[in-house]
Design a protein around this ligand. Structure first.
Ligand code: SF4
Length: 330
């Protein structure tokens, strides 16, 4: 009787450890060679995790390297001016992340003698670090056995278990699968599986290292659909004179990208005729059709003339950088 009573938990344990072994063996042989996986330095792990939030790996790669060249340590980041940090972040979007990163660096240097907290709880007390990021840094840099949940992990878990999970339930399921050996690699392996094999639309179950332990093999319906993208047109003036360009600074209290520099906006009524440049740009749920005219900035624009050589050092919005590159100004 006693042995039978114990059976389900023993089976579950065996299954869990088989799952961990298969996943880690697959990760060891198949993981992408990404620069932030070369060491477990908490500063580098933290930077990569913040950059990767809502941003594709391909977009992060270049920024990660240049940011580290400019701010190789948490001390160098803490002592930088905010405008320099924003300039180095330019093009990655979601600039609040850069401000929080900077604020956290200052706190680490000022209050913690330049040392990172070594567990998830301590890390969560820093600006801009939520539950996911704290668990990622603690497990990867300090081997703390705390599970991460991001969109990829959530999808993998739901398919593995064969049911839709919500909130705390998802975190518990992730924690239940996590081994005490190599928790950082395990977390990265779960995310890697979601990013490269257990894809949102068509999971590649034949190539999946844990397909034998998966309840659904991709058959689970995902709840809800992502909201449709909004469409908007926007018109800017590219005003050049004597080797300078007229740029405006977004208000400090703007809800998006406060304090960043961009081209002066023109009313849409001025869009008759072919613009100097036409391009497309997406920010979160909005797709923009962007027209740029070689025109004078509207009266009352709160801006200034910036010499071409200085433009790249300003914290530009991603769209401004894109336009100025397309116009070969920078
Ligand atoms: S078997 Fe398919 S659905 Fe299940 S985890 Fe692997 S890739 Fe995802």
């Amino acid at each position: 009787m006693k042995a039978n009573h114990c059976r389900p938990s023993v089976d579950r344990l065996k299954k869990t450890s088989l799952f961990q072994r298969r996943l880690l063996a697959w990760y060891d042989g198949n993981r992408r060679d990404l620069p932030w996986r070369h060491d477990h330095d908490p500063y580098r792990v933290w930077l990569s995790e913040i950059m990767l939030q809502q941003t594709r790996v391909a977009a992060v790669l270049e920024h990660y390297r240049t940011f580290l060249r400019r701010f190789p340590t948490v001390k160098r980041l803490a002592s930088a001016r905010e405008s320099s940090v924003l300039a180095a972040w330019s093009g990655l979007g979601y600039y609040r992340r850069a401000r929080m990163l900077h604020a956290a660096a200052r706190k680490i240097v000022k209050d913690l003698a330049g040392m990172f907290p070594t567990n998830a709880e301590g890390l969560r007390a820093l600006p801009g670090i939520g539950r996911y990021t704290a668990a990622a840094i603690a497990s990867i840099a300090f081997d703390e056995p705390v599970a991460v949940v991001d969109g990829n992990v959530e999808r993998v878990l739901q398919r593995l278990l064969g049911r839709n999970l919500a909130g705390q339930e998802t975190w518990q399921a992730a924690q239940g699968l996590l081994g005490r050996q190599r928790p950082g690699d395990f977390n990265q392996a779960m995310m890697e599986l979601g990013a490269t094999v257990c894809l949102p639309r068509s999971p590649m179950c034949r190539a999946c290292p844990v397909s034998g332990l998966c309840s659904t093999r991709g058959a689970l319906q995902q709840p809800g659909k992502s909201p449709p993208q909004r469409k908007r047109e926007i018109h800017y003036a590219l005003h050049r004179e004597n080797g300078s360009v007229f740029l405006v600074k977004r208000p400090k209290d703007a809800s998006l990208m406060p304090g960043m520099w961009e081209l002066p906006e023109l009313p849409l009524v001025n869009t008759a005729g072919e613009p100097y440049l036409k391009l497309r740009h997406s920010i979160t749920v909005t797709d923009y059709l962007v027209r740029v005219s070689q025109a004078t900035a509207p009266d009352g624009s709160n801006g200034r003339w910036v010499p071409k050589g200085r433009i790249a050092t300003l914290p530009l919005t991603g769209l401004a950088r894109k336009i100025l590159r397309a116009a070969q100004v920078i």
